[in-house]
Design a protein around this ligand. Structure first.
Ligand code: 5GP
Ligand code: MN
Length: 338
């Protein structure tokens, strides 16, 4: 059932033992929003604990209380009277869904989240789940401490590409201004997010070598093999290197994680990639979306490139004649010769 922010606040007020979670493959908004919410609930005198069923990227270890996030083990239960799911629908929280039968309160900003939970609050115009949590603090009359502010800032900054993307609204910047007034140091956060291992920086050049254009240059793809994906700490940011190409509308990053498991990230300038991701079992936002494809690398590539092309034809971004043509665009003209 859909509920308002005020109703979501009321659900939180009446709960006592709260299990908090966010999506697997957690990003700054997933980790930031759960840690902020945990601190808010504890300030209200509640028992609150965060469980995320995945490894946490090193870049977010700067967040206060990050070390308190637990990963569930098989069969583990949690005595909760409310399960709060942030920044995702319940289908991407792994084993946490099995930890309790408590009612679910789901707070999210993904337009594709139409989940049939007990209580659903989705604000698709919020830049980040952290922006919703920022407003929730007012509803709950909880003071935003510096530690809460740092977590909220992390989510908003990373989900807006540091205030670059179209989801950056005046309200987003007002929230962020307030968080900075409360003590957040933007340079400290961005340095932490930008940190890379030597190998991760070296891998950028290998990744760029794999890029291919499709459909006359309207689509670009980058391919990370299983071997490389095992070596790198993060592939975050790689897609930003190719989405800027002037002819390109849709950019994708296809990463082979294991034999029949590939991950997809998509970015676009106009095409609604959340619809393409949804068709492939994923979701996201109009200009940033993702999904998993349970096939080998080559099959996944074909499925993805076809799905993108088909959708672009349907929505008028691509002529069907271009779709029929050899999809991969010859790169001969672009070769760098010495
Ligand atoms: P990213 O490419 O940064 O991993 O994800 C872009 C956006 O798409 C994020 O908002 C993310 O939550 C969403 N997204 C990525 N992968 C999936 C997926 O497998 N399922 C759903 N529902 N959303 C996804
Ligand atoms: Mn988010």
């Amino acid at each position: 059932m859909k509920i308002t922010l005020q109703e979501a606040a009321a659900k939180l007020k009446s709960a006592e033992k709260i299990l908090l979670t966010a999506h697997i493959n957690p990003d700054g908004d997933a980790i930031g929003s759960t840690l902020a919410m945990m601190q808010i609930l504890r300030a209200m005198g509640k028992f609150a604990q965060v469980y995320i069923d995945d490894k946490l990227p090193r870049n977010f270890s700067v967040l206060p209380f990050e070390e308190e996030i637990k990963r569930p083990v098989d069969g583990e239960k949690f005595d909760a009277d409310l399960l709060v799911i942030l920044d995702t629908a319940p289908d991407r929280i792994g084993k946490v869904i099995e930890m309790t039968d408590a009612p679910i309160l789901n707070i999210d900003h993904h337009i594709t989240n139409k989940s049939d939970v007990d209580f659903l609050h989705v604000e698709s115009d919020a830049a980040a789940t952290c922006e919703i949590i920022f407003k929730l603090c007012r509803e709950l009359d909880v003071e935003i401490t510096k530690n809460i502010a740092v977590c909220l800032y992390m989510g908003i900054a990373t989900d807006t590409g540091f205030f670059n993307y179209s989801n950056t609204k005046p309200a987003t910047l007002r929230a962020v201004a307030e968080l900075v007034e409360l003590g957040v140091e933007p340079n400290v956060i961005s340095e932490q997010v930008e940190r890379r291992t030597f190998l991760d920086v070296k891998i950028v050049s290998a990744a760029l070598q794999t890029t291919k254009l499709f459909y006359g240059g309207k689509v670009v793809g980058m391919f990370i093999s299983e071997e490389i994906s095992r070596k790198v700490e993060t592939t975050e940011g790689l897609i930003d290197l190719i989405r800027v190409i002037d002819s390109v509308d849709v950019a994708f990053l296809l990463t082979c994680k294991s034999e029949n498991f590939c991950r997809v990230s998509m970015r676009s300038k106009a095409v609604d990639v959340s619809q393409i991701a949804k068709r492939l079992g994923g979701g996201g936002h109009v200009r940033a979306a993702g999904c998993s494809i349970y096939k080998n690398f080559e099959e996944a590539k074909n499925i993805l490139v076809s799905a993108i092309g088909e959708f672009m034809v349907e929505t008028g971004y691509l002529l069907s004649a271009d779709f029929e043509e050899d999809r991969e665009t010859a790169l001969a003209d672009f070769e760098i010769s010495d």
